[in-house]
Design a binder for this molecule. Structure first.
Ligand code: SAM
Ligand code: DTB
Ligand code: SF4
Length: 334
């Protein structure tokens, strides 16, 4: 019987441990192991850390859409691409809190507010802090994704009650420059460091299906797992090709490769919530079921992500019913 590589039997890394735990070779050996061995390993790790039949539900809201100065090759909101998206100003605080209440009543436990910025301006901070406080006041976990943050901004957001900050590395350090030129991989790491230092939890992942190779997927996950502290949330997005962007015609990723990447994320980051993020409208029930088996245990709910479509509540509750999956409870408010 083929024996899966034993690389994940290394002792759990202590919080803040300085030395890198995962090598690219060890991670690649897992990625390339026979599919059943990889999935069995991933599901075993998953069961040691989570209830395998519960999935956490987050809801997204675009609080400031389009007109973004960054040139991310996948994004509908970049001002560099002619995607036909209508740009809007920062939403009113009351409207954001009202939308969050609806999401909570529909079962979401985390509310994630996204803005199409390179970084927030000082004039926006008061409104952002009020949004965080308002959503937190509903008993939900709060998350924002606003682009780059300096340490002072991160501290203010933490102080207002922001639980998570989403800031993706998106791909490997090597492939990053093929996708984005207006900021660097090192810029991303600097913001992640500021978020960590402020005491917020880190939500950081990437996108698959941008023409990257297996080595890029593996390196991206190794970079995440080897951060001074691995992220608490790891969103794995499948590229939604957007007309007018440089990646609008990208070839779709093979679903088996996608599932392998989810499994590797689970093994490399055993305690993280691995989120099956963008792209679910193009995934079959069977593909999503395999992702949950491979260790994905969080999704975005609701019929839109930031600007793109997402399966609606009816489809997701039907899928959960078929699979015997229940929503994960919200943690007690801190
Ligand atoms: N402007 C902020 C930033 O880039 O950090 C926050 C918003 S941005 C839209 C959040 C993440 O969504 C990106 O880092 C990327 O991983 C993901 N994303 C954006 N467009 C996508 C697409 N078309 N398909 C899949 N994922 C996408
Ligand atoms: C993440 O990794 N995926 C979410 C969230 N973080 C902010 C965003 C997905 C965006 C999909 C494309 C869109 O809706 O425009
Ligand atoms: Fe702007 Fe974020 Fe889109 Fe990049 S991914 S163009 S930073 S909104």
């Amino acid at each position: 019987m083929p024996v899966p590589p034993e690389t994940d039997t290394l002792p759990p890394r202590e919080a803040g441990a300085a030395e890198a735990r995962w090598t690219r070779d060890a991670a690649l050996a897992l990625y390339e192991a026979p599919f059943n061995d990889l999935l069995f390993r991933a599901q075993s790790v998953h069961r040691q850390n989570f209830d395998p039949n519960r999935v956490q539900m987050s809801r997204l809201l675009s609080i400031k859409t389009g007109g973004c100065p960054e040139d991310c090759g996948y994004c509908s909101q970049s001002a560099h691409h002619a995607t036909g998206l209508k740009a809007s100003k920062l939403m009113e605080v009351e409207r954001v809190v009202a939308e969050a209440r609806k999401a909570r009543d529909a079962g979401a436990t985390r509310y994630c507010m996204g803005a199409a910025w390179r970084s927030p301006k000082s004039r926006d901070m008061d409104a952002l802090l009020a949004m965080v406080a308002g959503v937190k006041g509903l008993g939900m976990e709060t998350c924002m994704t606003l682009g780059m943050l300096d340490l002072d901004q991160a501290r203010q957001l933490k102080e207002a009650g922001l639980d998570y900050y989403n800031h993706n590395i998106d791909t490997s350090e090597r492939y990053y420059g093929e996708v984005i030129t207006t900021r660097s991989f090192a810029d991303r790491l600097e913001t992640l460091d500021n978020v960590r230092t402020s005491g917020m939890k880190v939500c950081c992942g990437g996108i698959l299906g941008m023409g990257e190779g297996v080595a890029d997927r593996v390196d991206m996950l190794v970079s995440l797992a080897n951060l001074p502290e691995p992220p608490e949330s790891v969103p794995i997005n499948m590229l939604i090709p957007i007309g007018g962007t440089p990646l609008g015609d990208a070839a779709p990723i093979d679903p088996i490769d996608f599932v392998r990447t989810i499994a590797l994320a689970r093994i490399l980051m055993p305690r993280a919530h691995v989120r099956l993020s963008a792209g679910r409208t193009e995934m079959s029930d069977e593909m999503q079921a395999l992702c949950f088996f491979a260790g994905a245990n969080s999704i975005f709910v609701g019929d839109t992500l930031l600007t793109a479509d997402n399966p609606g509540e009816d489809k997701d509750s039907a899928l959960f019913r078929k699979l015997g999956i229940a929503p994960m409870e919200a943690p007690a408010t801190q």
